[in-house]
Design a protein. Structure first.
Length: 325
């Protein structure tokens, strides 16, 4: 059985479920946010042997039958509504720890990786270090809260810098801090960096931006014509569908191999990598997202990423039964 851990409104999981159905595979889609309010889980441990059951949607599921787990977008457990304050926080934290611990006891393929591995793989500075060791060209980078180090980088590159946040934290109301150019006028506020670390990098001239999706040993690259629209010039995530063309791209063999090796070295079997192709045809690494979205690439290019993910999930799965849990 394939276990898909994600939220109810996940279109990526919808696409994978449809493909699993076409192949008569057996799967369960479950959101850990339902624990403890709308779902019950129990683990019984005797002499090192674990038995796992899940009570969900009026039925009981034997989690011992799971052969692959896709950690797509699992929600955080929600405490019962009648609890409040510190007690609600305590129940949510304990429930999150329990379900996270439960998944770790399942001897199955984890996509993109077990959660502790994914968490470590998200560290951007470690990504840059490993990518450089594998031979990727990188932008010169300063990270931290030292204004002097940023000023040195600014002067070394004639002011041509960009800034990005260190982690994945969202601002209030779910706002995202995009990659932004550093302007000379920003230096008036340079001391503000003492209060919150940032990543500052030399600006990489762009011919194209590339989104490279690695699934196991397979590599799917898409070119993003981000320089054709002002909205996407510095960060293609400022979507401008009308003016931003996305198309399949043939990576040089050595670059594709490097993408697979980096993904594997981070302990992942899936990763969404952002590269820049410079005007003089150099490939520069920016970062890798262990749980990056891919359906927008598939929809725009026809690259068969969903099918590759299902191939990966079924590669160690039990024999299909044609029945959905």
């Amino acid at each position: 059985m394939i276990l898909i851990l994600t939220q109810a409104d996940d279109v990526h999981a919808d696409a994978v479920e449809a493909e699993l159905g076409r192949r008569n595979a057996r799967w369960l889609r479950f959101d850990p946010a339902l624990v403890p309010t709308r779902a019950r889980m129990a683990l019984r441990i005797l002499d090192g042997r674990v038995r796992r059951t899940l009570h969900h949607d009026g039925g009981q599921v034997n989690l011992d039958e799971v052969r692959a787990v896709w950690f797509r977008r699992p929600g955080r457990p929600v405490p019962p509504a009648h609890l409040g304050g510190h007690l609600a926080d305590f129940v949510a934290d304990e429930s999150a720890t329990f379900v996270g611990d439960a998944w770790e006891t399942i001897d199955a393929l984890a996509v993109p990786a077990p959660r502790p591995v994914v968490q470590r793989a998200q560290y951007k500075l470690r990504q840059l270090q490993l990518a450089g060791q594998l031979g990727f060209e990188l932008p010169e980078t300063v990270a931290g809260n030292d204004p002097d180090a940023v000023l040195d980088l600014f002067n070394a590159h004639g002011g041509h810098l960009i800034s990005k946040q260190v982690g994945l934290t969202r601002l209030g109301d779910g706002l995202v801090r995009y990659t932004e150019p550093v302007r000379r006028r920003d230096l008036v506020h340079i001391d503000g960096i003492r209060e919150c670390p940032l990543i500052i990098q030399s600006y990489v001239p762009k011919q194209l931006e590339l989104r490279v999706t690695v699934v196991g040993e397979r590599v799917y690259a898409a070119a993003i014509d981000s320089q054709h629209a002002n909205h996407t010039r510095h960060d293609w995530r400022r979507y401008d569908d009308k003016n931003t063309r996305i198309r399949p791209w043939a990576l040089p063999e050595d670059v594709a191999d490097r993408c697979v090796r980096l993904t594997r070295q981070l302990g992942l079997c899936y990763g969404a990598i952002d590269l820049v192709l410079t005007p003089d045809d150099r490939y520069v690494f920016l970062e890798i997202n262990p749980s990056g979205q891919y359906l927008w690439v598939e929809d725009a290019t026809g690259l068969p990423i969903t099918a590759a993910i299902v191939d990966l999930l079924l590669s160690t799965a039990a024999i299909p039964t044609g029945e959905k849990s």
